[in-house]
Design a protein around this ligand. Structure first.
Ligand code: ADP
Ligand code: MG
Length: 699
């Protein structure tokens, strides 16, 4: 179970929240004093008055002013948790929810998971006692499925609302509605940037409370010429600051775990070469999948004479405040999801950030004193290439999951759902089409029994369909293991640079019989289980221990959910049955081999390649399979399919006759009807696909 270590080596709590020490009293006093120095402290009374007088309050304040950690505590102290009512606070990122909950439990001198807890997907660190609950926005959305009126909450604070994640946007729409029939429910929308007016307008001119932050000037430096390799430029900049600039920690914004790990390695290597005359440079990575016990390291005060360099993803833009940062290095990129509703293609790409983001990033340097921000792009790039703000996620993502959630909440009229910024109609249609194809919605767009079962699982609809379908193929036991292995969010196989050959050999053992990546994942899981979940086994087989532990936790949860939807746990060793269950969820993700060795997706023809990490590619003398199913597409140098399994084309017609036709070539794209404006009849062109007519009614 995850453990959280903060301030030195003190064990605060583990994932269950029932082990661990509470702060000794002198440290509590110190924390109490610290709380009083936060900018928000002088607004305590005003804030409480405003909450009392208004049902909805918008709060804007600089990052680090104390919004996330203090507001829920103030409300608790003022009696909003009386009678066991909860104060919920949502965060777009899981790591922020965990870290802030840990901090608040420290400040209150209680064990994490007791009065103060957090809930993130696949990990619930709360108990009956919990009054202050930090959670991801996605988790609150899921909670609504079980408690549509949020009766157990007295206050809901939607924090970091400016991030405009899909879940936050949906929550805002739902909460606005709930507030109408729950006059006693208080809503706080808090945001770091100046979107306040927009939020206020959305909530019928809600009151805005602005908390002026302490902000010191930040000098902004641009590059004279564009940089070809921003990672290298960032490393060089960090080292230059370290060698030439006065004390103060450095924050570098990178785009993801891999990049951060590379930078960490290079920085450590290069500082070793600098000799002993240069002071120590402590490298601290922070990204979503960083093991919990390492997360606290970024908050530890930097020892005298040393300098800390924090390598962070967007997480450090506003979600987490790290004290002591004086220098910011901003390469100007982040990883962003994008979605093409026409092809249904979703991808995560390194994209230039917005001007709003770059302002936020620069601001991190001026919290404790005069700071400097080094932008690794030119001022011309800034002016002409960066958008003003980031496009809200709702407008650039696949909506299938959200549509299923809304339908489960009984919201049928999606077009009139109050989105702050509505999603593209095409994306909404696409989501409905997919859910219909998966059997989650019927012809008129109502949730089916299958859909109801699918909605119980906190995973994307194709995965949940695969799980629900495993019932029919009598292999739910195996399929939830596969689903869990696909959901860890980090790689299963470990491939250190100096042992790649060994690692690859180890990996191929799980591919014996050319079973495909899905079954290989199952084999890994089962072998680990047989080895009594041993860590040693993982080392010997080049498997990531952490990913496996996470897979086990996820699997446990999926198993419990199976029971809830009354699917019996049934085990089989029929590989074809398992693959058919997978196909039942992933039939929209199929591709055929082309003459030139590439693949073409069947439904919305598009060229793709099997990812080099796939076992299908690594087997010796491999023959490329004729027809494959893939878990996801990733765009790097090419469009790659990841987690690939060979299937028989006949299965597609057997499993999804409504989607695929016998001649193997698939029915026409409905692009002709797509061009029609919303609401206008999609009549003649959609005749072969009768259900499309009905979609225009239910959208
Ligand atoms: P805001 O939400 O307004 O950005 P926070 O409430 O997150 O501000 O932070 C207030 C203060 O608490 C900051 O000075 C920050 O450094 C500190 N803090 C927050 N989380 C932690 C943590 N996990 N460990 C140590 N300090 C923290
Ligand atoms: Mg905050």
């Amino acid at each position: 179970k995850a453990s959280v270590l903060l301030e030195g080596d003190q064990m605060i709590a583990n994932g269950n929240g029932d082990v661990g020490k509470v702060q000794p009293s002198h440290q509590l006093d110190k924390l109490r004093e610290e709380r009083k120095t936060l900018p928000i402290y002088s607004f305590r009374e005003r804030l409480l008055q405003d909450v009392e007088k208004n049902q909805v309050l918008i709060i804007v304040g600089e990052t680090g002013s104390g919004k996330t950690t203090q507001i829920p505590q103030y409300l608790h102290e003022a009696g909003y948790t009386r009678g066991g009512k909860k104060i919920g606070c949502t965060q777009p990122r899981r790591i922020a929810a965990m870290s802030v909950a840990a901090r608040v439990s420290q400040e209150m001198g209680v064990k994490l998971g007791h009065e103060v807890g957090y809930s993130i997907r696949f990990e619930d660190c709360t108990s009956e006692k919990t009054l202050l609950k930090y959670m991801t926005d996605g988790m609150l959305l899921r909670e609504l499925l079980g408690e549509p009126d949020m009766a157990s909450y007295s206050v809901v604070m939607v924090d970091e609302a400016h991030e405009r994640t899909l879940s936050t946007d949906v929550l805002l729409g739902l909460l606005k509605d709930i507030a109408r029939y729950r006059p006693d429910l208080k809503l706080i929308i808090s945001s770091a940037t100046l979107d306040a007016d927009k939020f206020s307008d959305f909530f019928d001119s809600a009151k805005i409370l602005r908390i002026p932050g302490r902000r010191y000037p930040v000098d902004i430096h641009y590059m004279e010429a564009p940089q070809a390799d921003y990672l290298d430029a960032a490393i060089v900049a960090a080292l230059q600051i370290h060698v030439t600039q006065p004390p103060g920690d450095i924050l570098v914004f990178l785009t993801g775990q891999e990049e951060i790990e590379t930078a960490e390695e290079i920085l450590k290597h290069r500082t070793r070469g600098l000799g002993t005359k240069i002071s120590e440079l402590i490298v601290c990575p922070i990204y979503a999948n960083l093991p919990t016990e390492l997360q606290a390291k970024i908050f530890e005060p930097t020892p005298e004479g040393a300098r800390k360099v924090v390598l962070a993803t967007n997480i450090a833009e506003t979600s987490l405040t790290i004290d002591g940062i004086k220098y910011v290095i901003d390469p100007g990129f982040s990883k962003m999801k994008s979605y093409n509703p026409r092809s249904g293609m979703e991808s995560l790409q390194v994209t230039p950030i917005s001007k709003a983001s770059s302002m936020q990033r620069a601001g991190r340097a001026g919290r404790t004193g005069h700071g400097k921000c080094f932008r690794l792009y030119t001022s011309y790039n800034y002016d002409s290439d960066l958008d003003d703000t980031t496009v809200p996620e709702v407008q650039r993502t696949n909506l299938a999951n959200v549509v299923l959630t809304l339908k489960s909440l009984g919201i049928h009229d999606l077009v009139n759902f109050e989105f702050m910024d509505p999603p593209p109609c095409e994306a909404l249609l696409k989501a409905l089409e997919l859910l219909f194809a998966l059997g989650a919605l019927n012809k008129v767009g109502e949730l089916t029994k299958v859909g109801r079962r699918m909605a119980e699982f906190p995973v994307d609809p194709m995965l949940s369909k695969m799980i629900v379908a495993s019932d029919k193929y009598k292999c739910s036991d195996e399929v939830i293991s596969i689903a869990a292995m696909l959901s860890t969010g980090s790689s299963i196989f470990y491939r250190p640079k100096d042992k790649q050959v060994h690692a690859d050999t180890a990996r191929l053992r799980f591919h014996t019989g050319n079973v495909g990546d899905h079954i290989a994942l199952l084999k890994v899981y089962n072998a680990w289980k047989e080895a009594n979940y041993s860590t040693q086994w993982c080392y010997e087989n080049y498997i990531q221990v952490r990913s496996m532990k996470r897979a086990r936790d996820i699997r446990d949860q999926l198993e419990r959910l199976l029971e809830r939807v009354e699917i019996k746990l049934s085990s089989s060793n029929d590989l074809e049955a398992m693959k058919k269950a997978v196909t039942s969820g992933f039939f929209p993700h199929c591709a055929r081999l082309q003459k030139n060795g590439s693949y073409r997706t069947i439904k919305h023809p598009h060229t793709a390649h099997i990812h080099p990490s796939s076992g299908t590619m690594a087997l010796e003398h491999h023959v490329l399979p004729r027809c494959v199913l893939y878990h996801e597409l990733v765009l790097t140098t090419k469009e790659y399919m990841r987690q690939v399994t060979e299937i028989k084309p006949e299965w597609l017609v057997e499993i999804a006759p409504h989607y695929y036709q016998l001649n193997g070539v698939v029915e026409e794209d409905y692009s002709a009807s797509k061009k029609m404006p919303r609401g206008k009849g999609r009549t003649s062109t959609s005749k072969q696909i009768p259900n499309l007519v009905d979609y225009s009614i239910c959208v």
